[in-house]
Design a protein around this ligand. Structure first.
Ligand code: FAD
Length: 506
């Protein structure tokens, strides 16, 4: 296990009986709002622009025996447009509803930490599905491998999947499209973004400035309340296979030395607790203090967002209720959680080189190339970086925060990544190392916002050119002195214990 309870630094929501009652009340209020919106998805006008039909076939065949929601990026029941659309099809066709999660053995640089968060969250989804008379199935292999035969065996009439712009899940979707029986519609619903990625913009956007209005002008239409996923009236003729979630975690091909984190427990209810504590205690200082890593001002919800265990749209709906009271903070939060986050999906969806220097703008590629041969003051190996063994105690402390807590403070993520550019032999290696470390240790890693964060830091995407200097060229530079002006560097270093290591060139 990577972190010890004594050293927990991120806000851990209270678990007293009183706070449990408060959270239950909060959850009930949200459920009431869903029920007030519509009795069920059948009585709700579904916005079809959230949907893309991937297959040639568009109609559900008569006589089918079920509809599948192929759950992947959005592992939650409520406030999930893909789940709701699947239930709508199942209710219309008067057939059972199934949820299939297709689990692969290894995913990019994910460690056991991330598989644990995912699978323990899915265990809760499975229990919630059971209460709603919806069968939950954990299938081994990707959707393209596991689903084609499964949907034939169970006479499935349509498959609804959620949306992920990244290469690997897009590959699963392509594979599924080729292998599925031709008369089974495959339908994708963007359940992750408030404004569906393909609606927000039909091209790669240059920066937050160019996408902001495209998103914000559509919020009246898309930032709406959800109807509930209801108890399903049609029962499956077959029982799902029993699932051993612990065994599923244990059997992944993932680094076991990077274990689960303790401050963040997986699942929707835990995300609700963190959201409630954010609104109650941290939102008021979000606008002014979010760049100070020594303070607790952030929402800390990115692990749950990444796995889709809570909907960003739900959080945005709850946070915006405080717009009168904390105008600046609410605006700042919505800018980050909607505009910046959805800009990251836009980049990964429209730029196939989203994790490569080739994906940078021409000016950035040129300037990095012009400075390729510049002398680096320090050069570190991946191992030295991994072990937080640089000459910079702030950088080492940030790295330790990520190793121990599975989440580095947002401001330090930028500093941390820019230093990797400064201390590695080439921008290509810098990007490779940054992505590897971020994806391996961060619970919210392997996410469009992660690739975009690394690309912003190292090759200036969504940014402009700055005064030219060594190594960075015109890419924005950050330094230790700048951090000292922004916050109490010694306080952060004392908290995480990063040391100044003597520079050893390897
Ligand atoms: C090098 C680097 C790596 C990053 N890696 C990841 C990653 O792996 N996963 C990830 O989700 N984010 C990543 N980010 C973006 C950002 O730092 C995190 O989203 C944020 O720190 C998450 O913490 P929070 O939920 O407390 O955010 P808050 O500050 O409370 O912000 C609210 C929400 O806004 C969104 N958000 C905030 N900042 C950004 C941003 N710069 N870009 C896109 N969305 C943003 C997130 O969804 C976040 O949950 C990275 C940024 C950089 C510079």
């Amino acid at each position: 296990m990577a972190s010890s309870a004594k050293k927990l630094k991120l806000s851990t929501p209270s678990t007293t009986t009183e706070s449990k009652t408060k959270i239950d009340d909060f959850a009930n209020q949200i459920q009431k709002r869903r029920e007030e919106t519509a009795e069920s998805i059948l009585k709700y006008k579904f916005n079809k622009k959230r949907v893309r039909i991937i297959s040639q076939e568009q109609m559900v065949a008569d006589g089918c025996e079920g509809i599948v929601y192929w759950m992947s990026r959005d592992s939650r029941v409520q406030d999930n447009w893909a789940f709701l659309f699947a239930q709508k099809l199942a209710l219309k066709n008067e057939v059972p509803l199934h949820v299939c999660f297709c689990l692969i053995a290894k995913y990019l640089d994910a460690s056991v930490r991330q598989f644990h968060f995912l699978l323990k969250g899915l265990e809760k989804v499975a229990a919630e599905c059971k209460k709603l008379n919806i069968s939950f199935h954990l299938l081994e292999g990707s959707g393209a491998e596991a689903l084609p035969q499964w949907i034939i065996d169970h006479k499935i009439g349509a498959v609804v999947c959620d949306f992920n712009p990244l290469r690997v899940p897009m590959g699963w979707l392509e594979g599924a499209k080729k292998k599925f029986k031709k008369n089974v519609p495959l339908i994708q619903v963007d359940a992750h973004n408030v404004v569906p990625c393909w609606v927000a913009s039909d091209k790669q956007e240059y920066s937050a400035r160019t996408i902001r209005n495209k998103i914000n002008s559509k919020l009246d239409e898309y930032l709406t309340e959800f109807p509930p996923v209801i108890k399903h009236p049609y029962t499956s003729k077959f029982e799902p296979e029993p699932i051993d979630f612990d065994e599923a975690i244990e059997s992944r091909e993932a680094d076991k030395s990077v274990g689960p984190i303790e401050w963040a427990a997986p699942g929707y209810e835990n995300a609700l607790k963190v959201m409630k504590s954010f609104i109650d205690t941290r939102l008021k200082i979000f606008a002014t203090k979010r760049n100070d890593p020594t303070l607790d001002a952030l929402s800390n919800l990115s692990p749950w967002f990444h796995f889709g265990q809570i909907s960003v749209q739900r959080v945005a709906l709850c946070v915006q209720e405080y717009k009168k009271k904390y105008t600046e903070s609410v605006n700042a939060y919505l800018e980050e959680a909607i505009v910046r986050r959805e800009l990251a999906d836009n980049f990964c969806f429209y730029c196939e080189n989203y994790d490569s220097i080739k994906g940078a703008s021409a000016w950035a590629q040129k300037t990095l190339d012009d400075h390729r041969k510049d002398k680096r003051t320090h050069i570190y190996t991946l191992e030295q970086l991994s072990k937080a063994e640089t000459h910079d105690d702030l950088w080492n402390s940030a790295q330790i925060q990520m190793i121990k807590e599975g989440k580095m403070h947002g401001f330090l993520r930028m500093y941390w990544c820019k230093k990797i550019l400064e201390w590695t032999p080439s921008p290509e290696e810098a990007l490779k190392y940054a992505i590897y470390l971020n994806d391996h240790y961060s619970v919210d890693g392997r996410d469009p916002s992660g690739y975009v964060g690394c690309m912003w830091s190292i090759c200036g995407i969504h940014d402009q050119g700055w005064a030219e200097r060594a190594v960075f060229g015109k890419v924005r530079y950050m330094n230790y002195e700048g951090c000292k002006r922004k916050f109490q560097v010694p306080a952060f270093v004392a908290r995480y214990g990063g040391k100044v290591h003597k520079y050893i060139k390897k």
